[in-house]
Design a protein around this ligand. Structure first.
Ligand code: SME
Length: 159
């Protein structure tokens, strides 16, 4: 598949069209970086969010992985910022207003709200996080959490 086809106007409709196409892109490819790269591109292309990307757990830090959007911080410590908190808590972080999140790491002043979803191996250890940043305040809901967690599970199902 070379092109995504998204016709829905609403966000839930877009996720429902994106999921099977993403499944098609990921199935049969075992290389994690290749799959993270296409997933970041697909989410960014579908929704137009400010920044979509992955940080990978490497030793005691998160290190920047495949992403779409402006250049970003390369390393984030355990428990630091929204990404480091998602890693530490092993739980999705939904942040309606980044200015109200203690210790938020401002890679871009345009980011107003964000959601960070952990990716886990079969031992339920966090191996990476998906970070989606929006230039709009309060842009993410439980609906995004559900679909983005489904997308992360899709990526890690063969790991
Ligand atoms: N907002 C993140 C930092 C990463 S970037 O915004 C791409 C955080 O506080 O974890």
């Amino acid at each position: 598949m070379e092109t995504l086809h998204i016709n829905a106007a609403d966000r839930a409709g877009k996720y429902l069209e994106l999921l099977p196409q993403l499944r098609g892109l990921l199935v049969g490819e075992s290389d994690l970086i290749a799959n993270l790269a296409n997933t970041a591109a697909a989410i960014h292309q579908t929704f137009g969010f400010h920044w979509v990307g992955f940080y990978l757990v490497k030793d005691s830090e998160l290190v920047l992985g495949p992403f779409q959007g402006p250049v970003a911080c390369t390393r984030i410590g355990f428990g630091k910022g929204v990404c480091g908190t998602a890693w530490k808590e092993n739980q999705t972080q939904l942040v309606p207003d980044v200015d109200l999140f203690p210790g938020h790491i401002a890679c871009s002043s345009l980011s107003r709200s964000e959601i960070v979803v952990p990716l886990r191996n079969t031992k339920a250890e966090v191996i990476a996080v998906l970070d989606v940043d929006s230039s709009l305040l309060n842009d993410f809901s439980e609906e995004d959490r559900g679909y983005l967690e489904e997308i992360c599970a899709l990526i890690t199902q063969n790991l």
